[in-house]
Design a protein around this ligand. Sequence first.
Ligand SMILES: [Zn+2]
Length: 547
Amino acid sequence: MSVSQQLNIIPQPVSAKKLTGDFKLSKATTIVVRDEEDKRAAKFFNDYLNEIYGFMLPLSKDEGKDFIRVITKKTGKTPAKDGYTLLVWKEGIIIEADTHEGTFYGIQTLIQLLEPYDFKSIISKKNGISVSSLLVPAVSIQDYPRFSYRGMHLDVGRHLYPVTFIKKFIDYIALHKMNFFHWHLTDDQGWRIEIKKYPKLTEVGGYRNGTIVGHFPGTSNDNQRYGGFYTQAEIKEVVKYATDRYITVVPEIEMPGHASAAIAAYPWLSCFPTKKTVIKQNGSKGSAVKQSGGDVKLVQETWGVFDDVFCAGKDSTFHFLEGVLDEVLALFPSKYIHVGGDESPKTHWKICPHCQAKIKRQGLKDVHQLQSYFIQRMEKYLNAKGRILIGWDEILEGGLAPNAVVMSWRGERGGIAAAKEKHYVIMTPQQPVYFDHSQIKGEDSITIGGYNPLEKVYAYEPVPKEMPPENAKYVMGAQANVWTEYMKYPTKVEYMILPRMSALSEVLWSTKGNKNYPDFLRRMKAQTKRYGLWQASYSNGFAKARL
Ligand SMILES: [Zn+2]
């Protein structure tokens, strides 16, 4: 009798055929690795075995009696880029791929073939009785991804999390065969990346004097200092951790809006350096305004969009941002660098003498063209250093920078328009891939609003119907965004991403024809057991909704 009659792999592989029998994986099993880089995939597997089941396998160059052969070689046998084949029979397991990424994805599938123990039984085993062997069902799998960009975003500006959790988040990305981590590092409520040239960015901009209590606009302010940042050493550690998992970390440095924290550190970045920051203390009552300690500029303590943005009229602003980017580029090898570009009010620019002079000097029509000038100038800087700029869809307004990739968040219209102009696009529409929205109706957890249940995420199609077929090639993929106004702790982040991230992984990896929601729900039973093994908190609302 086989361990399971049906396979429970998420995302669903392109083709998977169950064979008869099982492979018994035990401490006597060796991992055969002949290629130096394949040791990364083997290490990931061993670390997983050790963490969950309490044992590891020896690495060898030769096949023993039972073995897992992990091999990357240009055979051309794998059907598409970053694909793999996986064969399990009674005496061994072979994972083959043309790229190391492919081999790594084969390992992720193997992990999901391991006997689906219950969390409780593993915990008891961790407390004394160790697992001595695991059954792996015999299978033949051929698999490859549908989209090349399979991303998860995390905002650490509103709330930040320890490096240990950032790594856990990256592991979740890896376990779902996703390959981009978009790290939102700066915002109005905190600047989170150490920049040696401008130390006040973290000394001042890394901390706020309080946070609103409850749902925006809040009932009061907790008046507790909150903050922190990631040192450059920590960032290097995270980037390496991600690279070992074939995940690219795309840093985001917000400009010209969402700049309150940077402006609190260096007020000359504002159009009006002596204009005091307004912090609405209890906006629902509409009256109280906080202004502490005589500081002219403050890091924001409430959520939303703020008028105090980087001055586009002064060259010093651009020199500052170039200095920041120089250090960012040295830390992040990613080809893509995200510069935000969203939600930047033009209120100050319309009355700022520097901005108005710049509009005249550059022959621009209005403040929207000034925003376009801003982004295009930053793009030139990045392109000269061999990098590609990504911006939110507002960068379409006033003219798109020539080589920019557009992240479409206000629905899909921005993505459709950008693809029409032959620009690459990453789809991140609020509905359904903003994971800060609720996943259950009436749940008693504070969220930013909106309703993106598991089913809607699963049904998402990144290539919109309205897009002419010839433009579909410009859709690189999609990404879920995790804005953290209402996620103070890592457990809340996990609860918001799981299980929706599992659904998204299937949207991005599996073929359209292989998508099947009832079957996904069937496989979710095994997947929730895995969440248990990972000791992750997750929402079980989708299961309740079906009762
Ligand atoms: Zn200005």
